[in-house]
Every structure is written in C-alpha cells, then in structure tokens.
Design a protein around this ligand. Structure first.
Ligand SMILES: C[S@@+](CC[C@H](N)C(=O)[O-])C[C@H]1O[C@@H](n2cnc3c(N)ncnc32)[C@H](O)[C@@H]1O
Ligand code: SF4
Length: 390
C-alpha cells in the first residue's frame, strides 16, 4: 500500500472526568484542579516529538479527542492543539476532527466553541434513554439533558454520533427494541452501540465478584446483538464494525485507521501510537498518570514510556484482530506483504473449520483473499481469533 492510501491519524487523550462511571476502565481521573496551560505545553511538545518518529510525516486525515471527557477541555486548548497539528503535519482537505462529549448542560454549552476551534464531528455519550438505566450506569446527566444535547449538537455539527450501552441486567428484547426505534427517529447517520463489559479494576468488577448481577445473560445479550444488527441494517445503518453502525460514507474515519491498521500518533497520558517504520510495526505508549505525564513532558518534551517493534507474527495478529472487527474484513495479501507467508501466522485447518461453521467467509469482491467474519462470527470474535492465529 502506498503512503497516499494510508491514513495518518492523531489521537489526543484528555484524562479527566467530572465523576468516574462504575463500568469504565479508561484512563480517566477526577481532579478538582487541572493546569490547562501545562497540559497545552506538554501536548504540543509531545506532538512535535512524536512527529520526529515518522519516516515521512503525511497529512492528517483524522484527529480524535478522546478520554476521559474531552468536552471538559477549554475550546482554546483544542484550537491550540489543532493549530500545531496543522503546522506540523498539514491537514487533508476533508479531515475529520472528532471530539467525544458528555451530554451535561455545562459541556453542551461549549459545543459552539469546539466548532469554532475546528472540530467537525461530535460523539455524544448518551449511554441510555431510560432514567433507571442511566442511574444504574452512574451517569451525571438525565435523558432530557441527553436528548437536548443531541438536538443542539445536530444544529451545530453536520456529523454527530452517539454512544449507548446495552446488555444491562433486566434489559429485555422488547425494551431494547423500543430504544432502537427511538434512536432511529433521531436523524443519526452513525451510532456506537456497545455491549456492557465488566472490566477489571472498575466498581462493577468488584460488585460482580461480590455476587451482584450486572449484565444480562450471555444468551439474552447475544439475542440483543443480533436484534441490533438486524434493526440497524434494515434502517440503512450498516453494522460496519462489531459495535458501530453507519450510513454509507458516514463511518468514523479515525476508528477505521485503527481497524485497518494504518498509522496513528497518540498524545496525552496513556496514549498509544502505532506506525510502520522501515518495514516494521512500531508501538509507543506514554505514561498513564496525568501528574507523572506532566512532569515527564516538562522534563523531556514527551512522556513515552514504552517502545516496541512487533515481530512479523505479532503484527499479523494485530492486523487480523483489528480487520476481523470490520464487516469488510482484511486483505490477506496485504498481511503477507508485511508479515510473510500466511502459513506462518494463520492456522489454515482451523480456518476451514470456522468456514464450515459459518463464522468466517471470503468476500467475493476481492479475488477471494479478503477474509471477513460473518455477523455470527463477530459475536464470537475473541475466541475465533485465539483459534485461527498462531
Ligand atoms: C472513553 S468512553 C467515554 C466518553 C465520554 N466520557 C462518555 O462517557 O460519554 C467511550 C465509550 O466507551 C463506552 N464504554 C466505556 N466503558 C464501557 C464498558 N465497560 N462496556 C461497554 N461500553 C463501555 C461508552 O459507551 C463510552 O461512551
Ligand atoms: S465513561 Fe466517560 S465519563 Fe464515565 S468515567 Fe469513562 S470516560 Fe469518564
């Protein structure tokens, strides 16, 4: 693949939230005092430093402000980061610049400032449309606030996506179908619909170990997943990735950068970068603790803590793991070009078994070499991957 076909993305991690949600294991912290000026200095320095790791910096095709809660960032800080990014890399003419936002009224009031700063896509964390479910998830906003935030965001931005979490205890197919119908009436072109996962280190994890039932049963959740795919597809929103639904052309370009194993740089506490360099796949990660990240960037101009170069097998596994999340799958020839013959990284016998079971398929539109999961296979993705990779 030529450099022109590759997209370079920039991820900016904002590690603060108003409150910590009981299910969330992202690198997010609650802090009453944040030194925005120091974060700006650190992030600009780290961006300059990371650019020097690339063989040949290409123009940015996407930028993603994720968190934590980036809607807590001052718009001026966003503007400063975007100005520096444009100066260092240049922007593709159709660059996608997304900010995650929580739908509380204070944050919603800042959306116009985000637009002026250069953001052109917003991803709103609505999470549920039922007061009891929002309460269960420990959210800081009401259903009314969430819907008002969405309506306002849609007047400011052409591209708005929302996040919801399903598979909650007691959530029935009837209840979830009603939510899906309501979502479809909201005029959205992109939605991320996640199954609730109990992550180690979270409050939910501790509660589950103490015996609380915090998710629906595997069978019920599998049914909700299938229902979600069918309902969304029927409404013209393709399940283009395990948890992501979009109308044609409205897919999240930044996330596609990850799933298609293109290059990206990540700045801020705990951010990861991955890019090809001299035929190898390089991975970098910065220090996770916000305070410690600030101290290290002040000292060294970056807070990179680990640097690894993938083995060809590790790189092939990464491409399979990411690519098989996508409905369009992954080109095995491309993996071979980078990582060597497929028998080194793919178990052909196991592959055949999963073809027969209807979990994997070759997509016909690509010379038979595009491996993809079926909808059923995407439901069992983790065990499938463990089985077919070497
Ligand atoms: C970085 S987080 C949140 C961004 C923003 N702070 C918010 O809360 O809306 C991105 C998304 O991941 C999803 N998420 C986080 N933890 C999850 C979990 N344990 N299970 C399922 N989805 C989760 C949520 O839908 C969330 O909106
Ligand atoms: S879900 Fe969002 S608001 Fe809640 S703790 Fe995680 S990043 Fe923060």
């Amino acid at each position: 693949m030529s450099r022109e076909d590759q997209s370079l993305g920039l991820y900016v991690h904002w590690p603060f939230c108003k409150a910590k949600c009981p299910y969330c294991d992202f690198n997010s912290h609650v802090s009453s005092q944040v030194d925005y000026a120091a974060f700006q200095t650190g992030m600009l320095a780290e961006m300059r430093h990371l650019a020097s790791h690339l063989e040949q910096p290409s123009k940015l095709r996407s930028i993603f402000f994720g968190g934590g809660t980036p809607s807590l960032m001052p718009p001026d800080l966003i503007a400063a980061i975007l100005a520096e990014a444009e100066q260092i890399f240049g922007f593709a003419t159709d660059i996608e610049i997304t900010a995650e936002a929580n739908p509380t009224s204070v944050e919603t009031a800042k959306l116009t400032g985000f637009k002026s700063a250069g953001v052109n896509r917003v991803s709103l964390g609505i999470q549920a449309l039922d007061p009891a479910q929002l309460h269960f998830l420990g959210r800081e906003h009401s259903v009314t606030e969430a819907l008002a935030a969405l309506a306002l965001a849609q007047t400011i931005f052409e591209r708005v996506s929302i996040d919801l979490i399903y598979g909650l205890p007691g959530q029935t197919p009837v209840n979830w179908q009603a939510t899906l119908r309501q979502l479809l009436g909201l005029g959205l072109d992109h939605l991320s619909l996640y199954q609730l996962t109990i992550e180690a280190g979270t409050v939910f994890y501790t509660r589950q170990r103490q015996g609380d039932v915090l998710t629906g049963s595997d069978d019920v959740v599998a049914g909700l997943f299938e229902m979600t795919n069918a309902t969304m597809e029927e409404a013209g929103l393709a399940a283009y990735e395990v948890s992501n639904y979009a109308r044609d052309g409205h897919e999240c370009r930044h996330n596609l950068t990850y799933w298609q194993a293109h290059d990206w740089l990540g700045i801020g506490p705990g951010a990861h970068s991955r890019f090809d360099r001299q035929g190898q796949r390089v991975g970098l990660a910065t220090r996770r603790s916000p305070q410690s990240w600030l101290e290290m960037t002040a000292l060294k101009g970056h807070a990179i803590e680990t640097e690894c170069v993938e083995t060809p097998m590790g790189w092939a596994n990464e491409m399979l793991m990411m690519g098989l999340r996508l409905k369009t799958g992954i080109d095995l020839n491309l993996i071979e070009q980078k990582c060597g013959p497929r028998q080194l990284w793919l178990d052909q016998n196991r592959l055949a078994t999963h073809f027969e079971a209807g979990l994997l398929q070759f997509l016909e539109d690509h010379n038979g070499d595009r491996l993809a999961t079926t909808a059923e296979g995407r439901l069992l993705l983790n065990s499938l991957l463990a089985d077919i990779t070497r």
